[in-house]
Write a protein that binds this ligand. Structure first.
Ligand SMILES: Cc1ncc(COP(=O)(O)O)c(C=O)c1O
Length: 701
């Protein structure tokens, strides 16, 4: 484990033979936020790079030979490997990682070294002064943290008088961390506390010799790429960030209809608390009486989420939906163990399930038995019943999504729940689709035992380009005792499983968003949101039905809050696949819907309640126009859909295509009002996979 700031001074782990380094990036510019969100990091030797979990951005080339960044295949959507996945990571902390990136871009190697040196010098000065007061330190060599032998209670009361919190690992030790914003006056105050505890007068904290042994000092260069050595002026940095932002299609441009991802409005009123120091600057292990506001917010939110899901209790600890899945399964395991049935470790998971379900089950050490789906996309209830019976002696439970990942309210859901319970299993409900349930039904009512919620979907937190997220779990009364605990804070059940995140309440500083969403909408507003989400999806499904068949619908002929559009015949009819359509959508200024999930060669569209009819109509018109383009393109390999997206540079260059520049860039009139030009065109994924390169790639391209 390595503190990244320390590595500006200390020899890098890779240089002294470590195979893997991991840790938190929090101190590189991310606020504490009562525990999160902040990004972790993991780095390995070259030999392990293809085994890395999560997502790695690599370099490739586009159709025109331009250098292009992309998610590299091995790491992309690890959970698509289902039970063979080596991680269940879907939502991570991409936004926080970007923030850390910008911190490094702005500060560069010299800035990081300056920050690390300031922290170290403050610690060294305090250490020297404390030694002069005859205090014993736990270690002579250190980076920024010292541990002092002293009576904790005495020091604590003096420190509190001065508004300072230390960490007190035992009754006789005090641990103090310094950082890049520690001032000499603060060091003096710290020393003064210890002097007073001994009834002595501090001599004043003077500069001290470094406390890092020479052989551990770093001599190698780091952050050598141009981007870390270019931006030293805030205006320049601001423009750099804006330039990158302009390469992205976000909700600020147009609707993002990513089915199952619920990209809805992140209202400004909900986002405001994110900038309040009271939320941002709170340390996760601050004494409880200093965090009463947070504790009240957490208690109320847990209660509201439990009420919404029809359950008894909630834990806000998991940092994503998939982390919630893992937590829920561990809770189920603890429940079985508490009844002397720890041998129950088989989970039934429908073939249609999101890949994180089996991946999480594998992480939780469970065995996965796949349940078939019928040709309408519903769980094959007879198959499920048979498998539940067959494995009843070892059945831990099932994981189901409702409405299903096929976008349908399965009418036999209660039968499924009963069959699993009858076989001694617990029912885990994947709450990713709660946007179709809130206020109308709930997992508790349906009979499930535990569910996770994606607060970064249903409950209005932004996705941040892949995270951060919050994936609380809600549980029925009998599972409450097993909710995750924490070594340093009172949370979770009496027999709680070990913590699933390093912070007791996960990414706490995001919670005001969901808190505000629930409180501002209230019972009535939440139900209305769900109703509108379902109405909007059915409006789009109906409006598109003559051009794009909705793959699955329920017994009523309706969908839930999303629909799967069937493009399976496009390859045969037009030699165009749904990936081409996704790219062509960029030329129209739209982000693609969810691609080929859970059915290959389909688009899963979820408009959510946030979209006005005019925006849905623009999207409908776009999809219909693209279908016309596909029809016209049949038998013509050089066509406007296959070549999409079209960059501004290509449009200004030599033009050899059989269609016009106009048709490429402005196929519909309203596109002129706010044209989005992608920076690169279609990327060669195979090239990037074969030449995985994430750093110092200049010479290869
Ligand atoms: C049905 C379903 N389950 C679980 C997840 C995992 O949630 P997260 O991305 O927050 O880990 C997703 C995310 O896309 C999902 O759609």
């Amino acid at each position: 484990m390595a503190d990244l700031l320390s590595l500006a001074l200390l020899k890098a782990p890779g240089e002294w033979g470590a195979d893997i380094a991991a840790g938190s990036t929090q101190r590189l510019g991310t606020p504490m936020g009562f525990g999160g969100p902040s990004a972790g990091y993991m780095a390995t030797r070259e030999a392990f790079k293809r085994n890395m979990p999560g997502r790695i951005i690599g370099v490739s080339v586009d159709r025109l030979g331009n250098k292009a960044l992309r998610m590299s295949l091995q790491m992309r959507e690890q959970h698509i490997k289902r039970e063979k996945a080596t991680s269940n990571i879907c939502t991570a902390s991409a936004l926080m990682a970007s923030m850390v990136g910008f911190y490094c871009v702005y500060n560069g190697p010299e800035g990081l070294k300056r920050a690390a040196t300031t922290a170290h010098e403050a610690a060294a000065a305090a250490a020297r002064a404390l030694e002069a007061l005859d205090y014993k330190l736990a270690a002579k060599a250190f980076f920024d943290t010292i541990e002092v032998e002293a009576e904790a209670a005495v020091i604590q009361s003096l420190a509190l008088e001065r508004g300072i919190n230390f960490f007190y690992p035992t009754e006789n030790s005090v641990r103090i961390a310094f950082d890049e914003v520690t001032t000499p006056e603060e060091v003096e105050t710290v020393v003064g506390i210890f002097a007073e505890a001994r009834g002595r007068k501090a001599k004043g904290a003077k500069e001290s010799a470094p406390r890092i042994p020479a052989q551990l000092l770093r001599t190698s260069a780091y952050l050598t790429e141009p981007v870390f050595n270019t931006y030293r002026c805030e205006s320049d940095l601001m423009r750099y960030i804006k330039r990158l932002e302009l390469r992205d299609i976000s909700l600020a441009n147009s609707m993002i209809s990513l089915g199952s991802c619920t990209m809805k409005l992140n209202a400004a009123a909900l986002m405001q608390p994110l900038s309040l120091a009271g939320f941002l600057d709170m340390h996760p292990f601050a004494p409880a009486d200093q965090a009463e506001g947070y504790m009240q917010l957490i208690a109320e939110l847990e209660k509201d989420l439990a009420a919404i899901t029809g359950f008894a209790a909630a834990s806000l600890q998991p940092n994503s939906g998939a982390a919630g899945e893992y937590t829920g399964l561990m809770v189920i395991r603890a429940y079985h163990q508490s009844r002397g049935q720890g041998y129950r470790n088989i989970v039934l998971i429908p073939a249609s399930a999101h890949g994180t379900n089996p991946a999480s089950a594998a992480m939780a050490g469970m065995k996965i038995v796949t349940v078939a789906c019928d040709d309408k996309g519903n769980i094959d209830v007879e198959d499920l019943k048979a498998k539940a019976r067959e494995h009843s002696s070892e059945l831990a439970g099932t994981m189901i999504t409702y409405p299903s990942t096929h976008g349908v309210f399965e009418s036999r859901i209660r039968e499924i729940v009963d069959a699993v319970h009858d076989a001694g299993g617990q029912v885990y409900m994947d709450g990713a689709n709660m946007n179709a349930q809130v206020g109308l039904t709930n997992p508790g009512y349906i009979g499930a035992d535990v569910c996770h919620l994606n607060l970064h979907k249903t409950f209005a937190m932004p996705h941040g380009g892949g995270g951060p997220g919050v994936g609380p779990i809600c549980v029925a009364e009998h599972l409450r005792p097993f909710l995750p605990s924490h070594a340093l804070a009172a949370t979770g059940g009496d027999e709680g499983i070990t913590a699933v995140a390093s912070a007791p309440w996960g990414s706490a500083s995001l919670l005001p968003i969901t808190y505000g969403y629930i409180k501002m909408l209230g019972e009535e507003g939440l139900r209305r949101s769900t109703e509108m989400a379902i109405v909007n999806a059915n409006y789009m499904s109906s409006a598109l039905k003559h051009e794009y068949r909705t793959y699955y619908s329920g017994e009523t002929g309706r969908v839930g809050h999303e629909m799967i559009l069937d493009l399976t015949h496009f390859k045969h009819d037009y030699d165009i696949d749904c990936g081409d359509i996704a790219h062509r959508l960029m030329d129209y200024g739209f982000h693609a819907p969810t691609l080929s999930f859970p059915v290959h060669e389909t688009l899963m569209v979820e408009p959510t309640e946030s979209e006005p009819k005019a925006e849905m109509d623009r999207f409908i018109e776009t999809l219909i126009r693209i279908k016309r383009e596909c029809e016209a393109a049949a038998g013509q390999p050089d066509n406007v859909v296959r070549n999409a997206p079209h960059t501004a540079a290509e449009l200004c260059g030599e033009w050899t295509h059989p269609y016009t520049r106009e048709e490429a860039a402005f196929p519909l009139d309203w596109i002129r009002q706010a044209k989005f030009f992608p920076y690169v065109t279609k990327i060669d994924n195979g090239y990037g996979d074969r030449n995985l390169c994430c750093r110092n790639c200049e010479e290869k391209f």
